[in-house]
Design a binder for this molecule. Structure first.
Ligand code: MN3
Length: 205
């Protein structure tokens, strides 16, 4: 039996993240782009006839799998994560384990944002910027091309992603055109740091 993936509902309305991400971009991104990855992933899994289609397991051996599974599996996983680390109005980074680790690793939250924004701005072409927990439990900022992610055995910096930013043009072009740095700046207003902390604690446990 091959698992069939489904497009997850957004936990907020399409206009909820405006003005930082506009409603039209959100709707197209969710119903066309993300849905497209889900459809292509299901087709690629069907074709490969894999017994276990758990995505995190597949990412660990993605170098041996088809480009369809890599691109569409990454696309589905990455967008599913992205929607859930955003929230209307954003949330403050709670005092706690993640805040302590951000401070000891980067110096401050502002320093983390600068490092992350630089990774997002300098990712050539399409891809993602990430904050990950690596195998030693340390925080690290990295980026990946296309729909790759740090769970893939092909990623130069591997670990569990706890925050991600889509820097494909489809994520921002309607509102920001070529001004990717303005989109990256706006992103911080809608990051749900409570959700990021939950992912951090889960990755560490
Ligand atoms: Mn996208």
């Amino acid at each position: 039996h091959i698992m069939s993936y489904k497009l997850p509902e957004l936990p907020y309305s399409y206009d909820a993240l405006a003005p930082y991400i506009d409603a039209t971009t959100m709707e197209i991104h969710h119903t066309k782009h993300h849905q497209g990855y889900v459809n292509k992933l299901n087709a690629a899994l069907e074709e490969a006839k894999l017994e276990d289609s758990d995505l995190e397991g597949l990412f660990g051996k993605i170098s041996k799998l088809s480009s369809g599974i890599r691109n569409s599996g990454g696309g589905h996983f990455n967008h599913s994560l992205f929607w859930t680390i955003l929230t209307p109005g954003g949330s403050e980074l709670p005092e706690g384990e993640l805040a302590k680790s951000v401070e000891s690793t980067f110096g401050s939250l502002e320093d983390l944002k600068t490092t992350f924004a630089n990774a997002a701005a300098t990712r050539f072409g399409s891809g993602w910027a990430w904050l990950i927990v690596d195998a030693d439990g340390e925080l690290k900022v990295t980026s990946t091309p296309n729909q790759d992610n740090p769970l893939m055995d092909t990623a130069p910096d591997q670990g569990t992603p706890i925050l991600g930013l889509d820097v494909w043009e489809h994520a921002y072009y309607l509102n920001y055109q070529n001004k990717r740095p303005e989109y990256i700046d706006a992103f911080w207003n809608i990051v749900d740091w409570k959700a990021v902390e939950k992912r951090y604690l889960a990755a560490k446990s």
